[in-house]
Design a protein around this ligand. Structure first.
Ligand code: DOR
Ligand code: ZN
Ligand code: ZN
Length: 427
């Protein structure tokens, strides 16, 4: 099923939930803009009435870390399949990383992504352009031109920025353009050609990545930003050490932000079945103590966003030994449900706070206005069934890829509908 459109839409009988609280209310959307949020609204003539009784009505989600494989590896993901997967996950703002083929390091490529996304979907695509040409070396891309073309942020994700001095210059230039730099913090020398966390390497008969590869990378990137007094955003924090570095910097007042992925919240390396490459991602799955540290960081405000690092790889590409398969797991279609299962269903966090990690937190990092279910705002709304229990069956995903480490799991909570402007769909 694809999008339906409605000039006048009344969402009737739901409970509006934001990071501030919840209240039973109907929501009236006219020509894509929220006109009223109030209990017992009458349906205007000609309105399409959507029965949302029993459902939560929330702002649309923002995901600052997504890989689409367009251009370059369309068997793994296209703009179209990626935006479809985002819709199914309630993700209205998709920040797509630059490590495509060719690399998104030029304004023409950024502009092409934005233009094509507009034709394909009512969701918003924000290309994240490369920090350096070809993700290599020290030659910065043209930040001003990229911003003008629609870039939403800058990142060499997949790789760290090669040297600290280049990162420093990039932070300075990015600040001038009002773009945030998102760092994949990693010491490539320490990581070597490892495939899994070093502590699980013997059991999995694969090469190990030491924890220090992330910790040293985070220390460098945060250290450079702190000294420059400039903002930096640390992607996919997964170790106790990284959490401590980010926490320490934030307590000292530095504008350092960080994200966690759903897989690093729910899974440890002990759950990796031998040889299953769907569990190979970078950073790798960690220990229980690391998972607890990441959850603790979400609870105490050290980490202010959950981002998927949706990293699709077609089945044929993942069909390799652990040491040779590409890094990455898909996440768009399970993101909210996994976090809800790990954090809300276990009583560790109220839903309102989780919404903050999907809406206000990431919006602030990326510098966009956070979606809100409020009069006068463009409709960017999710319909959520918090009690839905469902089994993850990757074959049913809209993503072109199937590399999902949550396959076969039962999750609690599901996005069952999306309103974006005048477009609506139910799942
Ligand atoms: O798991 C990952 N997937 N980590 C990365 O660093 C790159 C990403 C990708 O592009 O597949
Ligand atoms: Zn990364
Ligand atoms: Zn990534």
């Amino acid at each position: 099923m694809t999008w339906r459109t409605a000039d006048v839409l009344l969402l009737r009988g739901g409970t509006v939930v934001t990071c501030h609280g919840r209240t039973p209310a109907d929501v009236l959307v006219r020509e894509g803009v929220i006109e009223a949020v109030k209990a017992g609204l009458p349906a205007p003539p000609g309105a399409e009435v959507e029965d949302v009784r029993g459902l939560l009505v929330t702002p649309g989600f923002v995901d600052v870390h997504v890989h689409l494989r367009d251009p370059g590896a369309l068997d793994s993901e296209t703009l179209e399949s990626g935006l479809e997967a985002a819709a199914a996950g309630g993700i209205h703002h998709v920040f797509c990383m630059a490590n495509t083929d060719p690399v998104n390091d030029a304004a023409s490529l950024t502009a092409d992504l934005v233009a094509r996304a507009r034709r394909l979907s009512p969701l918003s695509l924000h290309p994240v352009a490369a920090v350096t040409r070809g993700l290599r070396g020290t030659e910065l891309t043209d930040f001003a031109a990229l911003k003008a073309a629609g870039a939403g942020a800058l990142s060499n994700d997949g790789l760290p920025v090669e040297d600290g001095r280049t990162l420093r210059r990039a932070l300075e230039r990015a600040e001038e353009e009002g773009l945030r730099i998102l760092v994949h913090a990693e010491d490539r020398g320490l990581a070597g050609d490892g495939a899994v966390d070093a502590r699980a390497a013997v059991r999995l008969r694969a090469k190990g990545i030491p924890v220090g590869a992330e910790d040293v990378g985070t220390a460098r990137d945060v250290g450079v930003a702190v000294e420059a007094r400039l903002p930096v955003h640390v992607c996919h924090v997964s170790t106790m050490g990284s959490v401590e570095i980010v926490r320490h910097a934030r307590r000292a007042g530095a504008p350092v932000t960080a994200e966690a992925t759903p897989h690093h919240l729910l899974l440890t390396y002990d759950e990796i079945p031998e040889g299953d490459t769907d569990f190979k991602m970078n950073p790798p799955l960690r220990s229980r103590a690391d998972v607890d540290a990441v959850v603790g960081a979400l609870l105490d405000g050290t980490i202010t966003a959950i981002a998927t690092d949706h990293a699709p790889h077609a089945p044929a590409r993942k069909a390799a030994p652990l040491d040779r398969a590409p890094f990455g797991a898909i996440g768009l279609e399970t993101s909210f449900a996994v976090s809800h299962t790990a954090l809300v269903a276990t009583g560790r966090m109220p839903l309102e706070r989780l919404l903050g990690l999907y809406v206000e937190g990431p919006a602030a990092i990326a510098g966009i206005e956070a979606p809100a279910v409020a009069t006068g705002r463009r409709a960017s709304i999710n319909l959520i069934d918090p009690d839905a229990e469902w089994e993850v069956v990757p074959a049913r995903f809209r993503s072109r890829s199937r590399n999902c480490p949550f396959k076969g799991r039962r999750l609690r909570g599901r996005v069952v509908g999306v309103v974006a402007g005048r477009s609506l769909r139910r799942f």
